[in-house]
Design a binder for this molecule. Structure first.
Ligand code: CDM
Ligand code: ATP
Length: 291
């Protein structure tokens, strides 16, 4: 195989709870992850000459070792003594530094794609074991779908697929560092924890309303006071008919769940008109089950 083209899907967190802090600074989490049909196109080409070349449509992204896709390729090239090189093209659509696992998803695509192209015969579990060395969200981005993530995010259990619905994504023009958000959480006392078990029950019952009512993200307590526009976007989505709206991951992206496309479009228009966010997309959940 000389070339492969992959869809590198973004994720949202339907629920995000933090249970404690480890000595190395990482946190134990309990999260419900969901992949959505907002994706980067990742193209990998084999080259006779060794070396890794990254090209991307976003001028501000690193193309060397600081790009997580580069790290993923380097990891496999070193471990399997691959003598050829790779050209990787990242056509990015997922907002960057947004809580949507854009980089992690690109790394997952590179691991998955190179495993196929170079016939490395790694199982999905073996790919995920390598993925977690690149980032806590990478194993999930290899697995995709509706998943309970525990540990630091790498202990994964597949759940009943999310019912079909429309997802509105709005990324305000601010960047948030995941590390800074988790660190700031350490000095806060968590009074309220999201109902992760309720979310799982809602999924089992395929009941979108229960799912929406159990959504919660403890990282909002840190990121919203830093960037109040997040709360404004949430309110705008709810006013326009979202079943619920919440920040994804460490933020600042907000997502809303809608029963109809028309309602999602209405919210999209209002958010654009008020200039709360420029990157505003209506999409679907990936791998949705029957309603
Ligand atoms: C916020 C989420 O996106 C929710 O899905 C993830 O928990 C973050 O996953 P990620 O970006 O892949 O995380 P990494 O790239 O491994 O880590 C970035 C930084 O986030 C913090 N971090 C991350 C994951 C975790 N369970 N605890 C943490 O404290 C660490 O300070 C780390 O330095
Ligand atoms: N392939 C890549 N795509 C996007 N960002 C990348 C990539 N490689 C490295 N980066 C850098 O990583 C940082 C975070 O990017 P990313 O979009 O993955 O964050 P995120 O959405 O917060 O991810 P997560 O939800 O996993 O925390 C950016 O500042 C960017 O410069």
């Amino acid at each position: 195989m000389k070339q492969i083209e992959l869809k590198s899907l973004a994720k949202i967190n339907l629920g995000l709870d933090v249970l404690g802090r480890r000595e190395n600074g990482y946190h134990d989490v309990r999260m419900i992850m969901q992949s959505i049909y907002l994706y980067d196109e990742v193209k990998i080409k084999r080259t006779k000459n060794p070396g890794i070349e990254i090209k991307t449509n976003l001028y501000f992204l690193p193309t060397g070792k600081e790009n997580i896709a580069y790290k993923a390729a380097e990891m496999l090239i070193e471990e399997f003594h691959i003598e050829e090189g790779v050209h990787i093209t990242l056509n990015k659509h997922i907002p960057v530094a947004a809580g949507m696992a854009g980089g992690s998803s690109n790394a997952a695509a590179v691991l998955y794609g190179m495993n196929k192209m170079f016939d490395l015969k790694l199982t999905q579990t073996e790919l995920m074991e390598r993925g977690v060395k690149l980032g806590a969200d990478v194993p999930y981005c290899i697995m995709r779908g509706t998943v309970l993530a525990e540990g630091i995010g790498e202990e994964l259990t597949t759940l009943t697929p999310m019912p079909k619905c429309f997802v509105l994504i709005a990324k305000p023009p601010i960047s948030v560092s995941t590390k800074v958000v988790y660190e700031a959480l350490d000095s806060k006392e968590l009074v309220e924890h999201p109902d992760i078990d309720g979310l799982i029950e809602g999924l089992e019952k395929r009941d979108l309303k229960t799912i929406a009512s159990c959504m919660g993200n403890v990282l909002e307590d840190v990121t919203i006071p830093m960037h109040p526009v997040i709360e404004e976007i949430k309110q705008e989505m709810k006013n326009a008919g979202a079943l619920n709206a919440m920040m994804s991951g460490s933020g600042p992206t907000v997502f809303g769940l809608f029963e109809t496309k028309a309602a999602a479009r209405k919210a999209q228009d209002r958010i654009r008109r008020r200039a709360l966010a420029k990157q505003v997309y209506v999409t679907n959940v990936h791998g949705a089950g029957r309603n």
